[in-house]
Write a protein that binds this ligand. Structure first.
Ligand code: SAM
Length: 317
């Protein structure tokens, strides 16, 4: 059994992940590999003792080497498994390249377009986070764009079978809050093919901070006939994290464990670490407090008054 270090041997460098002023998640780090401000956001890449390399943007923890597979497999695979055979996929955001990596595991995918507003995040990922992208940026099926994801989707003539939204939370003053609104989801729906599916990273589901999550689900429900909120526990966030699908009728909760396992083994290259038939059913089975909060949420997020958060899951006003 490992011995707990004596006080004098305890690590002395810490990364503080402020969930809000009253809740801080603290990670021991060996050092900082990169720190810079792109004018759009502050980037930190740190080497943590437990979680490996971590990406932090504007003081918000994005992903960590040791458990990013849980987040990215949860974000990408339910939508792609549900689709009968996605060929064209867009990832909006996703600077680390890990959502793109998971999309490219699907043998049916012919073209994967990733649009991130900040080229510097991708440059940093290329240099410091090789296990996150695992070569995805240079895959011949990949097309990279560096611009605002909303502008790209509004002006592009492409249509996609699946659109994955892997944006930073809609922080006040941040670059992403206009990409969580009803108007934006309507534009996205218009860029999906007939059976197209939307998958969104949808913020915290903590009972003290589930406003954005429930509002995202309600907002997607104004635009798509079917909306399926789901959630997975992410150890580095120390909480259950929300995701949401919008579909034109296909229902992920109707898939059996066997159907998911069979589709994974037929369509995905390599071995997944988190997602399979058992996990699929678990992530779509939300706890009672969340089902209640989702039912009670009536607010719809609109361009005229977009949610701007002070901290993930917490409204600024
Ligand atoms: N896992 C993450 C989390 O916890 O929120 C999200 C992953 S990813 C690092 C978020 C990416 O969204 C960043 O690379 C950021 O540059 C990008 N982004 C933010 N606003 C954007 C916008 N308006 N258009 C496109 N990309 C944007």
């Amino acid at each position: 059994m490992p011995e707990f270090p004596s006080k004098k041997d305890l690590p002395n460098k810490w990364l503080y992940d402020y969930f809000n002023p009253f809740e801080v998640h603290k990670h021991a780090i060996k050092g900082t590999l990169y720190h810079g401000d792109t004018g759009m956001q502050e980037i930190v890449i740190a080497e943590s003792s437990n979680l490996g390399r971590c990406l932090i943007l504007d003081n918000e923890f994005q992903s960590a080497e040791r458990d990013e597979f849980i987040y990215h497999e949860s974000l990408v695979h339910p939508a792609l498994i549900l689709h009968p055979g996605a060929q064209k996929v867009a990832v909006i955001g996703g600077g680390e390249g890990a959502a793109l990596r998971e999309v490219l595991r699907h043998k049916s995918v012919r073209k994967a377009v990733m649009i991130d507003i900040d080229k510097k995040v991708v440059d940093c990922a290329r240099e410091f986070l090789p296990t996150f992208h695992n070569g995805a940026f240079d895959d011949p099926r990949t097309e990279l764009h560096f611009e605002d994801g909303r502008k790209y989707i509004e002006t592009s003539e492409d249509k996609f079978d699946v659109i994955i939204i892997d944006l930073t939370c809609p922080l006040e003053g941040g670059p992403s809050y206009m990409l969580f609104t009803q108007e934006f989801y309507a534009i996205v729906r218009g860029k999906l093919t007939h059976n197209g599916i939307l998958a969104v990273q949808a913020d915290s589901t903590s009972p003290v901070a589930d406003y954005t999550y429930t509002a995202i689900a309600r907002t997607i429900g104004q635009v798509f006939p079917w909306v399926f909120p789901y959630a997975a526990y992410i150890p580095s966030y120390a909480m259950l994290w929300g995701f949401c699908l919008g579909t034109n009728g296909t229902d992920p909760t109707a898939l059996t464990r066997e159907e998911v396992d069979r589709t994974v083994s037929e369509r995905i290259t390599g071995e997944l670490g988190f997602y399979d038939g058992v996990t699929h059913q678990a992530i779509f089975s939300l706890p009672k407090y969340l089902r209640k909060a989702l039912k009670e949420q009536t607010a719809v997020n609109r361009d005229s008054k977009p949610i701007k958060e002070k901290y993930p899951g917490f409204r600024a006003e």
